[in-house]
Design a protein around this ligand. Structure first.
Ligand SMILES: Nc1nc2c(ncn2[C@@H]2O[C@H](COP(=O)(O)OP(=O)(O)OP(=O)(O)O)[C@@H](O)[C@H]2O)c(=O)[nH]1
Ligand SMILES: [Mg+2]
Length: 183
């Protein structure tokens, strides 16, 4: 096989994408929605789920949906090294857990194994629930503009109604593609 052929093979390797966020934020619901294009009832994730799927033209990813309960959160670090992108889910309807979510978010981004150039998509989920925080409130509360040094984008969404989901995934896919020579 020529060098170019070999390079092609490498490029076709699925990129690893991690979905992180607190328990109950909607990670597994999102994973199944992306994979099966439908709403599937979930149970809390004890370990992790892996799903391989194409999220854009010429972009196949291996999604690692890792349980978010505090007892299994320490597992997250094992997946950082080889990840090409992170999706961080925030439950925008649960104000009382925002601080916990923010703390975990910055634990992830400040971890030495999380490369500074990998794209981060922040999904503020459950906007179908009345009283959920607006995207601007989340940006402010999480101080995204002040402290996030990775390439990032934020999208509000509902995995129940699919509002915002595909738009967020499109932006994220473009970011991963732009970053492909640097991860
Ligand atoms: N109303 C509403 N409920 C949602 C939404 N997304 C997820 N849920 C519900 O939230 C609950 C938790 O969703 P999961 O996808 O299991 O959450 P998770 O982040 O995978 O949780 P862990 O596996 O425990 O880390 C389920 O009852 C979902 O149906 C949403 O956009 N709107
Ligand atoms: Mg789950």
């Amino acid at each position: 096989m020529s060098c170019f052929g070999l390079l092609e093979c490498f490029n076709k390797e699925p990129k690893r994408v991690l979905i992180l966020g607190l328990d109950g934020s909607g990670k597994t619901t999102l994973t199944y929605l992306l994979k099966y294009k439908e709403l599937i009832t979930t149970l809390p994730t004890v370990g992790f789920n892996i799903e391989e799927l194409q999220i854009a033209k010429k972009l196949t990813v291996r999604l690692w949906d890792v349980g978010g309960h505090h007892k299994v959160r320490h597992l997250w670090t094992h997946f950082y090294m080889t990840t090409s992108g992170i999706i961080y889910m925030i439950d925008a309807s649960t104000r009382e857990r925002l601080k916990e979510s923010k703390d975990e978010f910055y634990h992830v981004l400040k971890h030495p194994d999380v490369k500074e150039n990998i794209p981060v998509l922040i999904f503020t989920n459950k906007i179908d629930i009345e009283g959920s925080l607006s995207i601007n409130e989340i940006i402010e509360y999480f101080e995204l503009k002040e402290f996030v040094t990775n390439p990032w984008c934020v999208q509000n969404c509902s995995t129940q109604t699919q509002e915002g989901v595909w738009k967020g995934i499109k932006i994220f896919s473009d970011m991963i593609k732009q970053n492909k020579h640097r991860t």
